[in-house]
Write a protein that binds this ligand. Sequence first.
Ligand code: PLP
Length: 389
Amino acid sequence: MIYLDAAATTPVRRDVLEAMWPYLTGEFGNPSSHHQLGETAAQALAAARASVAKVFGCRAGDITFTSGGTEAANLAVKGIALARQAANPTHHRILISALEHPAVLESARYLAHRHGFVVDVLGVDPDGMVTPAALAAAIRPETALVSVMYANNEVGTIQPIRELSAVARKNHIPFHTDAVQAAAYLPLNLKDLGVDALTFSGHKLGAPKGSGVLVASGRLAMEPTVHGGGQERGRRSGTENVAGAVGLAAALSRTRGEAPQQATEVAALRDAFIRAVTAAVPNAVLTGHPSQRLPTLASFCFPGTSGEAVLLELERTGVICSSGSACAAGSDEPSAVLLALGLDPAVAQTAVRFSFTAAISSAELTTAAQAVGAAVARVRGTGTAVRPG
Ligand code: PLP
């Protein structure tokens, strides 16, 4: 099997599992308990928090562990917007990019349906870029929060977060970025990025599914979305997933430690793969920004096919990837992200995303590119442009 769906999830790293193991077995205490077992768990949680904070150049108190990227984004978007609205009822607009993951988009829609917010959507250029000028033009005095993702999960475009957050800051509006796809390779120093809140997820980095983080100043006003025993400084109640936090911290620091040398190498492999696929499928359309894109992601449309049919053909030959709309699994709708880039809906429906980690080899990508050429030819030749089932 050649696994090219790392943007969906990654396996747990062995060294991460080893770091977690004690807290799943012998050291199973509840960090709120006042005995030695609890104390040991609390210490492990504190160490994980300090380790994550170091990566972001922030204080340990700015780290909130959650059950994943989705919960972290819900907390950031709803929590900040509701706190701003409570402090000043005229703050009832929320500004998000047209590329946001459902974790952000549906949180914004919830605010609109249940709390009277107006959702303003920032358009993108054909490469999927949000420009600082477009953001400046869209901000209103009533805007409670701006949320623009760091790197897109479908096309890999990387946003100019520093420039965008500077525009929000100038207007005294908090800025959140969904960094789920960015956390492995892109700069993460919170001060340098100028963001007020950043969220990410462990399972894209070799930690288990169900572990995530919100990074935001402990002083930033935020309405909790999960109520209970007041854990995580009241921001996120519930007995902490100690092993998950330990695993996420280990995965983040290890991935980041390896990232500087790996990013250039894997980007070169990605570029060779893009060249090989475009040679094998002459009218393939690379989607997303040509250079400002994740080093581990290449996404295409193959006009005259169906993305799902190509996907199934590839799986038959052992190449695992995803169609453009992985997050809307089971949906026949073309991806909203690709439509926002201005693609024709018929072309958008032919999207296939290939994503990997630095563990991928040049030989695997060469084999995969050949398989893509053959799969597209088969789908076109046999007219299997219809989703089975
Ligand atoms: N945001 C982005 C950009 C993602 O790609 C994902 C996962 O695919 C999420 C948020 C959600 O993260 P999780 O799967 O941890 O809930």
